[in-house]
Write a protein that binds this ligand. Structure first.
Ligand code: ZN
Length: 134
């Protein structure tokens, strides 16, 4: 039963930490709010208390749990192997498309090949865009 008061799930995004998902909801007030869902040992935890009047008994809560569990299951069935190009802590260059792989090496889309600075940290000497790849 929809009563217009439950938060409406808009977006689910897998986070870097295994079993963690960012869930973005629309609220009846017109705001959006994001919370983190965690799957641990088969139990899905979504902080229902972050939303006034929402509880684990709500039909929309149970449906949200089902979405998170289905996404987790799909991700466990398939995963990239080998090296991965990722944002550095607090960085967005990979997410924003500033850094891509060119011929198997990280490159700044504006300035070209990146320099390997440390273990797996790559940085553009011209603009400072950074990523990890390794
Ligand atoms: Zn650059």
């Amino acid at each position: 039963m929809l009563d217009g008061m439950d938060p409406q799930l808009n977006k689910v995004e897998a986070l870097t930490e295994p079993g963690c998902y960012s869930l973005t909801f629309s609220l009846a007030t017109g705001e959006e709010r994001a919370v983190v869902a965690r799957l641990r040992n088969g139990v899905t935890e979504i902080p229902a208390k972050a939303f006034t009047g929402w509880s684990e008994a709500a039909e929309s809560y149970r449906a949200t749990v089902a979405v998170v569990q289905a996404l987790q299951q799909a991700r466990e069935l398939s995963r990239p192997t080998g090296k991965r190009l990722l944002d550095v802590e607090g960085g967005w260059d990979v997410s924003l498309g500033n850094i891509v792989l060119v011929a198997g090496k990280p490159a700044c889309v504006t300035h070209g090949a990146l320099e390997l600075q440390a273990d797996s940290l790559w940085r553009c000497a011209q603009c400072g865009a950074a990523a990890t790849y390794g």
